[in-house]
Design a protein around this ligand. Structure first.
Ligand code: ATP
Ligand code: MG
Length: 540
C-alpha cells in the first residue's frame, strides 16, 4: 500500500474508513448527525483518485446546496490539489445545466440558451393567459403552450434543469451508456432528501451494480413539502441489491447530553431502527436548558440576555450538583451562537430583542438571491462593458444599495469577467446563502436552513404545539407531516456542540415533541443573580 493511502484514510474513524475504503459497487452510508459525512465523502473521493488511479473526470459528487458544493470543492482542493479541478462537484441543478449545455440541440435550444428566473417565466406565462392565477397553473402543469413560448425565446426554466435531461436520457439508451461511461463514480450527499426526478436521473446515470455512494440520515429528511421522498433512501438496497451498507455511529459534534436528548426526541418515530449515536465526549457536560416565557417577546429577550451574559463572561452553573461545572463557555464570540426557528415570521421578535440589546446578528435567508430586495433591479440593469469584471459592473449599478451589493459580491467576484455564468448561477441558485461564516455575528436561521451546520451554542425557540409541529388553523396535519416536524426539531437540536436551549412562550401549549426529554434543566429569565464570584448565570 502507498504511504499516501495511509494518510488519506488516517484521519477517519474505523467506520468512516470502512466506508471510504469501499471503492467499487453501490454503497449506502447511513449516518446520524455530526458523524462526519462530508469528511467521509471527500476522503473517499481523494482516496479513489490518488490511490486507485480513478480519473478525476469520472468522479461526480452531488450535494444539495451551492454552499455545500463549494465546501466540498474546498476540502478536495486541500486534499488532492493536483486533481480537484477535474472533479465534477455539482448540485442537482448545476448538473442539469452541465447536461443541457451538452445536449441543447436535441431539444431545439441554442448553445447559449438562457435560464428564465421566476419573474421572467411568470411574464411569459402571463402573455399567454392574461391572468396571474392561470399563468402559475400553466407553469406548474408544464403546459405545452408555456413550454413552446419558453423554447421560442431559447430559454429553459428552473424545473427544466432536471426534467429535460431526464427525459432525454430516458428515451435514449445510447446516451445513457455515454454518461455512465463518463461518470463512473457518483456520490450523493443528503440522499434522504432526493425527489422523484432527481432519483430517476440518478437511476439512469448509475447502473444497478455501479459505483454509486449514497450518504444520508433518514431521520433528517425535512424536504417532503418540496417533493423529497425519504422512501428513495429506504429502498436503496432494493434498487441496488449488491449494495454494501455502512453505519457511522460516532458523533463528533455535540455534548453527551445534547446527543442523548436529541435521540429521546426522535426515538418515537425513528426511521433508523436500532439507531446508535455515540458522543465522542469532547464537548463538556452541559445540560439542555428549557425556558418558558410569558410571551414571544419575552422569549426573545431571554435569548438576547442569555447571549449577553455568556459573552460577558458568565459561566453556567448547574444548580442540582451545587458546583460550577467546567463548561467551556469561555472565549465564545457572537458567531458561536445560533437561534433557530420554525417560521421566518418568528425572527421579528428576535431581531427586535437583539437590536435593542445591541447584539450583532445576521439572518440567514432561505430565499433565492434573485428574490432578495434590490438584487433583481441590479441584475436587470447590469450591462456588459468590455474590460470590466462582473464585480466592477455590479458595484457601479448597485450605487447606494449596499445591502444588495454585499449579497451579490461573492458570486460576482467568483465569475470574473465570463457575465453569462453570473446570470446562469443566479437563476440556478435555489437557496443562496446570505450567511457569512466569517462574520462575528449571532446567526438567526430557520430550522430548514440550519441543516448541515454546527454552532457551540444553539437556541431553538418556539417549541410550541402549533409551531413545532407547525399547524395551520383548520388544517389537520397528517401523521407523515407531524413526523417530519419532529425530524426538524431533531435537526435543530443536533446543530448544538456545547449548549442547547429550548424555549417556548405561554402563548401556546409546549411542543408534544418535548415530552420524551429527560434530564432537562428549567431555566429562569437569565437575569443576573449576584453570587460569590459575581458573574454566574443561574440555570434555574
Ligand atoms: P449532519 O448530519 O449534521 O450534516 P455530518 O455527518 O455531515 O452531520 P460533519 O459536519 O461532516 O457531520 O462533521 C461533524 C463534526 O465532526 C465536524 O466538526 C467534523 O470536523 C467532525 N469530525 C468528523 N469526523 C471526525 C473524526 N473522525 N475525528 C474528529 N472529528 C471529526
Ligand atoms: Mg452534513
Amino acid at each position: 500500500p502507498h504511504p499516501v493511502s495511509v494518510s488519506l484514510l488516517d484521519g477517519l474513524d474505523p467506520d468512516q474508513r470502512a466506508a471510504a475504503a469501499t471503492t467499487s459497487g453501490p454503497l449506502l452510508i447511513v449516518a446520524g448527525p455530526g458523524t462526519g459525512k462530508t469528511r467521509t465523502l471527500t476522503h473517499r473521493i481523494a482516496h479513489l483518485v490518488t490511490d486507485h488511479g480513478v480519473p478525476p473526470e469520472q468522479c461526480l459528487a452531488i450535494t444539495f446546496t451551492r454552499r455545500a458544493a463549494e465546501e466540498m470543492a474546498e476540502r478536495l482542493e486541500a486534499l488532492v490539489p493536483a486533481h480537484a479541478a477535474r472533479l465534477t462537484i455539482a448540485t442537482f441543478h448545476s448538473l442539469g445545466v452541465l447536461l443541457l449545455r451538452e445536449l441543447h440541440d436535441r431539444v431545439g435550444l441554442g448553445a447559449d440558451f438562457g435560464i428564465a428566473d421566476p419573474d421572467r417565466r411568470l411574464e411569459i406565462a402571463l402573455e399567454i393567459t392574461g391572468d396571474a392565477k392561470q399563468a402559475k397553473r400553466l407553469i406548474e402543469e408544464r403546459d405545452e403552450r408555456y413550454l413552446k413560448a419558453l423554447r421560442a425565446l431559447d430559454l429553459v426554466d428552473f424545473d427544466d434543469l432536471v426534467t429535460v435531461p431526464l427525459a432525454l436520457l430516458a428515451d435514449d439508451p445510447d446516451l445513457v451508456d455515454r454518461y455512465r461511461d463518463r461518470f463512473r463514480w457518483i456520490s450523493v450527499d443528503e440522499y434522504q432528501d432526493v425527489d422523484e426526478q432527481q432519483y430517476r436521473l440518478l437511476r439512469l446515470l448509475a447502473p444497478a451494480d455501479g459505483n454509486l455512494t449514497a450518504i444520508g440520515d433518514p431521520d433528517q429528511a425535512i424536504y417532503r413539502f418540496r417533493g423529497a421522498d425519504v422512501g428513495f433512501f429506504l429502498r436503496f438496497k432494493h434498487d441496488f441489491p449488491t449494495a454494501r451498507e455502512v453505519h457511522l455511529t460516532r458523533n463528533y459534534r455535540s455534548s453527551a447530553r445534547v446527543v442523548a436528548g436529541a435521540l429521546q426526541v426522535i426515538e418515537p418515530t425513528t426511521l433508523v431502527p436500532g439507531r446508535e449515536l455515540r458522543p465522542m465526549g469532547e464537548h463538556g457536560d452541559a445540560r439542555i436548558g428549557l425556558h418558558r416565557a410569558v410571551s414571544e417577546q419575552a422569549e426573545a429577550v431571554f435569548v438576547a440576555r442569555t447571549i449577553e451574559r455568556v459573552i460577558g463572561g458568565a459561566s453556567f452553573h448547574a444548580l442540582d450538583s451545587g458546583r460550577v461545572v467546567e463548561d467551556g463557555t469561555q472565549g465564545l464570540g457572537f458567531s458561536d451562537f445560533a437561534v433557530l426557528y420554525r417560521t421566518d415570521r418568528q425572527s421579528r421578535a428576535l431581531v427586535e430583542a437583539l437590536t435593542t440589546s445591541g447584539l450583532p446578528f445576521q439572518k440567514r435567508s432561505h430565499d433565492r438571491l434573485l428574490d432578495r430586495p434590490g438584487v433583481a433591479r441590479i441584475v436587470r440593469e447590469l450591462t456588459f462593458t468590455p474590460g470590466d469584471t462582473v464585480a466592477d459592473r455590479v458595484r457601479a449599478v448597485a450605487g447606494d444599495d449596499h445591502t444588495a451589493y454585499e449579497l451579490l459580491k461573492p458570486l460576482a467576484a467568483e465569475c470574473g469577467a465570463d457575465f453569462e455564468r453570473f446570470h446562469t448561477e443566479l437563476s440556478v441558485g435555489v437557496e443562496v446563502d446570505t450567511l457569512d461564516p466569517r462574520a462575528d455575528r449571532v446567526s438567526l436561521l430557520t430550522l430548514h436552513a440550519a441543516k448541515g451546520l454546527e454552532f457551540p451554542v444553539v437556541f431553538v425557540v418556539g417549541c410550541e404545539d402549533g409551531l413545532l409541529p407547525l399547524r395551520w388553523p383548520g388544517a389537520p396535519a397528517s401523521e407523515e407531516e407531524t413526523n417530519e416536524e419532529r425530524r426538524l426539531l431533531f435537526v435543530g437540536m443536533t446543530r448544538a456542540q456545547r449548549h442547547l436551549f429550548l424555549s417556548h412562550s405561554a402563548a401556546r401549549p409546549p411542543s408534544p415533541f418535548l415530552v420524551p426529554l429527560k434530564e432537562i434543566e428549567r431555566i429562569g429569565d437569565a437575569s443576573p443573580r449576584r453570587r460569590r464570584q459575581g458573574t454566574q448565570l443561574s440555570l434555574l
